[in-house]
Unconditional design. Structure first.
Length: 466
């Protein structure tokens, strides 16, 4: 008898806690409904950021909803029923008015798929800590708050704040691209594909002046125009990610909308083309074929070479005058794109390069058919001035607003240098503004009468792309 009694005690000691534990882990009806709904629900997690979202901040409505959760015993914390002590503690936040209701509708209808009591301090966080476990099933929520309150919440018949994401997704087309910018116009008029997702683009382009050799348009007095071939191994939404880009053109004399504050002569000292020329530019992401992991390093070779000299009759002048001209220039640079990601601010881009350009000083004399080289004692190489430059900026593609902002620093062997800002802003990649502000230092007006110590250029932008 004693042995039987001892066995009963041992059995009770082992089995009773197991039974109690099992009873505690038995899911409630609300938990069962939630699990069944999760299994039946069509998963649309890929659209979560585009679903309609809003918050309720009306304290009376929040209390009414909260009270229904309390009455139905539907509040959970980490999957467990809330203890009386924790409930009292959390209710204090409801009293203080520091809790809002965060809601999200399903993607394919108006039912509420997410409901949570959320402290206001958690709303701006990527992973907020909710007051209680969120309710992720519309039928469970309807059962807790009742049909009348659920419909009121769903129909938004109260004051609320809409926090739904508005998607601004700008995509580049590869069929036609009209980019009207007085500083750098561009028209892509034909394209073809040879295999896979590759793409060849054929365009006409223009360029006013050259920041690489520190001559903006109204100093250089020429506009480069020509044709362009761009090749993409695989097309993407960022048209800057080409494999190579080749341009060939010529420099044409251009007018100047603003002469600036120059020495006597009111602009006659400005540079002008002195002959027919050939312009070329080749840029590409070619280092990746030579060095493993060297993607995104763009090497650029750019230059202009004059083929002949104009005649004196090709220029308009009174009496005898002096003409300054940049006949040849060459530039080599390297650019690293996507060096760092700054989120909404954009991606970091860094450029470094060297350039060289010559300066010819001609005498315009009506008695001479040909231009007279005043510095003819100088050899061809002695006419060149060399400069180095660096540029650091951030750019952003896609979204509602696109931008490309950079700081440029450059200096040459003539003792002259510039520091400035280049900025381009676009709205939906259709309308924008391109402006560049530069400040010079070390200027010698006697040695460099064709320069000023500062300049600003800008142009509105209109783009049609599809």
């Amino acid at each position: 008898m004693k042995k039987l009694f001892l066995f009963a005690i041992i059995a009770a000691t082992v089995l009773i806690p197991s039974v109690v534990s099992a009873q505690q882990n038995v899911p409630s009806d609300y938990d069962k409904i939630g699990r069944i709904s999760d299994g039946l629900e069509y998963n649309t997690i890929a659209f979560n950021d585009l679903k309609q979202k809003w918050i309720i901040s009306d304290p009376l409505l929040i209390r009414e909803i909260y009270n229904r959760f309390v009455v139905r015993g539907a509040l959970r914390s980490n999957g467990n029923k809330v203890s009386l002590e924790l409930l009292k503690k959390k209710t204090e936040e409801i009293y203080n008015g520091t809790v809002i209701v965060d809601l999200r509708k399903r993607y394919y209808d108006d039912e509420i798929e997410f409901f949570s009591f959320t402290p206001e301090s958690e709303m701006q966080k990527k992973d907020p800590v909710y007051l209680f476990d969120p309710v992720k099933d519309p039928f469970l929520l309807r059962d807790i708050v009742g049909d009348k309150v659920y419909e009121k919440i769903r129909q938004q018949g109260y004051f609320f704040s809409n926090i739904t994401k508005t998607a601004f997704d700008t995509k580049n087309g590869y069929f036609y691209d009209l980019y009207l910018n007085a500083l750098e116009p561009h028209v892509m008029f034909w394209n073809t594909t040879s295999s896979g997702r590759n793409k060849y683009l054929f365009s006409a382009f223009g360029k006013w002046g050259s920041d690489e050799i520190m001559y903006p348009g109204w100093f250089l007095g020429e506009f480069v125009a020509g044709g362009e071939l761009t090749y993409y191994e695989s097309i993407s939404n960022d048209q800057r990610k080409y494999l190579y880009d080749i341009r060939i053109g010529t420099a044409l004399a251009s007018s100047r909308p603003f002469l600036g504050d120059f020495a006597p002569g009111q602009g006659k000292k400005l540079l002008q083309p002195s002959g027919q020329s050939v312009y070329f530019r080749a840029s590409g992401d070619i280092l990746k074929f030579l060095i493993d992991g060297a993607d995104g390093y763009y090497l650029t070779l750019e230059g202009k070479y004059s083929l002949n000299e104009f005649k004196t009759r090709d220029f308009t002048f009174n009496g005898t005058d002096t003409l300054y001209s940049v006949r040849d220039y060459f530039c080599v640079s390297a650019t690293k794109r996507d060096l760092a990601d700054f989120g909404d601010l954009g991606s970091l881009e860094v450029t470094a390069g060297i350039a060289t350009s010559d300066i010819y000083r001609y005498l315009l004399d009506p008695k001479n058919t040909k231009l007279v080289d005043i510095d003819k004692t100088k050899t061809f190489m002695n006419k060149f001035i060399h400069n180095v430059f660096g540029e650091v900026g951030v750019f952003r593609t896609g979204g509602l607003i696109q931008h490309d902002v950079s700081i440029l620093v450059s200096g040459n062997t003539d003792g002259f240098g510039v520091v400035g800002v280049k900025a381009k802003f676009m709205l939906s990649d259709q309308f924008g503004l391109d402006f560049r502000v530069m400040k010079g230092f070390g200027l010698d007006t006697k040695k460099q009468p064709y320069r000023t110590d500062s300049y600003i250029v800008f142009s509105p932008i209109l783009r049609i792309n599809y």
